[in-house]
Every structure is written in C-alpha cells, then in structure tokens.
Design a protein around this ligand. Structure first.
Ligand SMILES: *[C@@H]1O[C@H](CO)[C@@H](O)[C@H](O)[C@H]1NC(C)=O
Ligand SMILES: *[C@@H]1O[C@H](CO)[C@@H](O)[C@H](O)[C@H]1NC(C)=O
Ligand SMILES: *[C@@H]1O[C@H](CO)[C@@H](O)[C@H](O)[C@H]1NC(C)=O
Length: 396
C-alpha cells in the first residue's frame, strides 16, 4: 500500500515538474521606459535572423570558408574539429532542474548549449542534415524537459548559456526552418516557453556591473527571438542608462577606465566583451550602439587593452561599480590581478571597430597578441562565443 502511494506521488511529482511553473511570481511586469533611439514599436520591426548573426553575416562566414579566405578558412578548420562541432556530439542532458555551481548539472547545460550553437553554425556552412538534427534535437530536448533554474547565479547562467542557446535557435528557426517541439498556446513545454519564463523573465531584474550587463545583452537576444517589443526597448534603454550596469556607469567617459579596473582585469575585460555582444545584436537590428556616446565602448576597450599589454593608464579611485563592497571595493589603485590579455574579447571589439572605420591601436595589439597565442580557440566556458576570426571577422 505504502509503495503504491509512493509510486503515485512520484508520478504526480513528475507531472508537475514537466511544466514550467511557478516563475512569474519572481518578477513583476517589464518596467516601462522612456523612448530611446533604436527602440522598436511593433513586433514586425524585428529583423530575423538578427542576434549575433544576421543572414548576411552568415553568408559572409560561409562564402569565405568555402572560398578559402583567411582568417575564416583556418579558424573554420580548427572549429570543425572541435568536439562541440561534431554531429556525433553526445548530449549530456537534459535535466529538469539546473543551477550554476557544483550542485547541479550545470556543466551539462553549458556543454549542450555550446554544441547546439556550434552545430547550428556547422549546419549553415556545410548544409549537412546531421548537424541540423544535432542542433535541433538538443534545443528540443532541453526545451521540453527543463522546468526550473535555481540559485543566486541564475541570471548569470541564463545570460551566458541561455544566450548561446537562443543564438542556435534563431539560426535553426529562421534559416533552418526548425519548428520547435511541444509548444502549445496552453503553455506547458517547448523551447520558446522555456525561453520566455525561465530565461527572459528571470533576466528582467538587472544587477550591477557585469552581472547586469550579462542580463542586458541576453535580454536583447531573447526579446528579438520572442518578438517582444517592450522587453527589447527595456534592455536597450538599460544598456544606455542603467545606473549600475549601463555603459556610462561601467566605462568612464573621460578615460575609458572600467568600473571594475580596481577589482581585477578579468572582470574588466569580460564586461567589454558582453557590451560588444549587445552592440552586435542591436547593430543587426539596425541601430549602432558601438559608436554610442562618442565611441565609449571602444574607449573602454583601448584603455583595458593598453593596461593589459603592460601600458600605463590613468586611474580614478572615485570611478567604481555599484555594490563594490560585495567584492572588496572600492579600490585605491588599479588592480594587477589577472593582468594580461587572456580573455577572448578582442576579436569582436577589433572587428566592430573596423566595421565602423575607427582606429583601435591597442585593441588591435591585444587581438594580435591573442593570435600569437593561437587565437580565440580554446573553448572552456561560455563567457564568450570564442572563434572570433570565424564568427565576427570582417573586411574593413
Ligand atoms: C542531475 O539531475 C538528475 C536528474 O534531474 C539528478 O538525478 C542528479 O542527481 C543531478 N546531478 C547533480 C550533480 O545534481
Ligand atoms: C526530454 O528529453 C528527451 C531526450 O533526452 C526527449 O526524448 C523527450 O522528448 C524530451 N521531452 C519530454 C517531455 O520528455
Ligand atoms: C607584461 O609583463 C609581464 C610581467 O613582466 C610579462 O609576463 C608579460 O609577457 C608582459 N606582456 C606583454 C604583452 O608584454
């Protein structure tokens, strides 16, 4: 008798877990923001595919790979041998509940989203159906099984791995004709329901410094996939104006200093990479954020590249991030912690400057120093997409 009860309870619990539930309580409505340049007014204003890669970006990538043009050719060669790029990649998930950190199947989500994205790019370049299947089966499996993301680092995880995932979905949907499994108007399961409730709604609370930037850049991607005008305008406005995560609160407009320059160099670099991804997405929607506020992002890139190449830069101890106290700040001096150009952010920053015909001497030097070490190739986490000479390369 007892065992039957337990079985029944188990079955009921499984049913409950099979639905994305319980999330709306975490966040209220998307705040209404003032109109800002680049805002959308209706869903049909969105351009698809239009996150990290527009249709013409994808064509440029494919044509240069097939035409053996550098740097696409050799980067693609390495990319195509990467384990995440294989159509035979063995999926590690899906799981029902994940969180960032040791407790929780996080690395399987991290790996599977990476593989879904790599296979989407591989499919676009090769048009091999096996890649189409691998990418979309990963999207559908997680899309219909994942019911909750928990823990304090959830918005960070969503902003990184979730953004990679939606980039795979955008390519497969708009270029590959993928129709996701399981989505019904009654709710329930399916990629876009997961995207809306688990990823997008939980990113609406924008945190401070990089924590906030990651949500802003991911919200832009999510909003475009979902054709959500209010969400997009909210994230765009935050990129410009948020007092703890917007570009003017994270990069000093007079010098280019990062609000985390005193903390360590790795956070300073990562923030620049995420702002650059946001700017790329918005650029694909027809508005230039890269040159926003007198090329402020480039100014930040030049400052941090110079310092990490052992150059001397001015430092203002009064320019620091919100909640600095949480991370042992504010800081009286610029930090030498993790000094060096190790972060994979320079390709996108350099190529964005080139596309805008802007001089970027230190950013270029940082890119060249990265290239001398083998280029943006070693994928160990999803902080950045990596493979910048394939994904973001442009000819002036
Ligand atoms: C991963 O998820 C499965 C099923 O949801 C669970 O049984 C397993 O314990 C989880 N692993 C970790 C490390 O939490
Ligand atoms: C869950 O994932 C598996 C693949 O592991 C898939 O076969 C299944 O259709 C997914 N969805 C549900 C609701 O189980
Ligand atoms: C900067 O200085 C460090 C320590 O002296 C050195 O290891 C590193 O190679 C230098 N970097 C560059 C780009 O010169």
């Amino acid at each position: 008798m007892l065992s039957i009860k337990v079985l029944l309870l188990g079955a009921l619990a499984q049913c409950a877990w099979a639905l994305v539930s319980d999330v709306p309580g975490l966040n209220g409505p998307i705040p209404v923001v003032p109109d800002t340049q680049g805002s959308k007014t209706r869903p049909s204003d969105f351009i698809h595919p239009g996150l990290w890669h527009s249709h013409s970006d994808l064509e440029t990538m494919r044509n240069n790979v097939l035409g053996n043009v550098e740097p696409w050719k050799s980067t693609y060669q390495a990319f195509s041998y990467d384990s995440f790029s294989q159509s035979s990649y063995a999926m590690r998930g899906p799981f029902a509940v994940i969180s960032r950190g040791g407790i929780s199947n996080y690395t399987s989500f991290q790996a599977d989203t990476r593989a879904a994205y790599h296979n989407a790019i591989m499919w676009y370049i090769t048009k091999d159906d096996a890649h189409w299947k691998r990418s979309t089966t990963i999207l559908d499996a997680w899309g219909s099984n994942l019911t909750n993301i928990i823990g304090t680092d959830r918005s960070l995880m969503i902003g990184l791995d979730g953004d990679l995932f939606v980039n795979a979905a955008e390519i497969m949907r708009w270029e590959g004709g993928w129709v996701e499994q399981g989505a019904k108007w009654q709710g329930g399961s399916g990629f876009s329901i997961q995207l809306y409730w688990l990823f997008a709604r939980q990113s609406v609370i924008i945190g401070q410094a990089n924590y906030g930037i990651v949500s802003i850049k991911a919200l832009l991607s999510f909003a475009i996939y979902l054709d959500d005008v209010a969400m997009y305008n909210y994230a765009l406005y935050a990129y410009k104006n948020d007092l703890c995560a917007g570009i003017e609160s994270t990069i000093d407009s007079s010098t280019g200093q990062s609000s985390e320059s005193g903390r360590d160099q790795s956070h300073s670099m990562t923030g620049l990479g995420w702002l650059a991804l946001a700017a790329r997405v918005v650029n694909n929607q027809g508005y230039n954020l890269f040159t926003y506020a007198n090329n402020l992002l480039l100014k930040g890139s030049e400052y941090t590249a110079k310092y990490n190449l052992n150059g001397t830069v001015p430092y203002d101890p009064k320019f620091y991030r919100c909640e600095a106290v949480l991370v042992n700040g504010p800081w009286s001096k610029i930090s030498t912690d993790q000094r060096g150009i190790q972060k994979q952010v320079w390709d996108i920053l350099h190529y964005s400057a080139v596309a805008n015909k802007l001089q970027n001497p230190w950013t270029l030097k940082a890119k060249q120093a990265t290239d001398a070490l083998g280029g943006e190739r070693r994928v160990t986490a999803n902080d950045m997409p990596s493979w910048g000479d394939l994904f973001f390369a442009t000819k002036g």
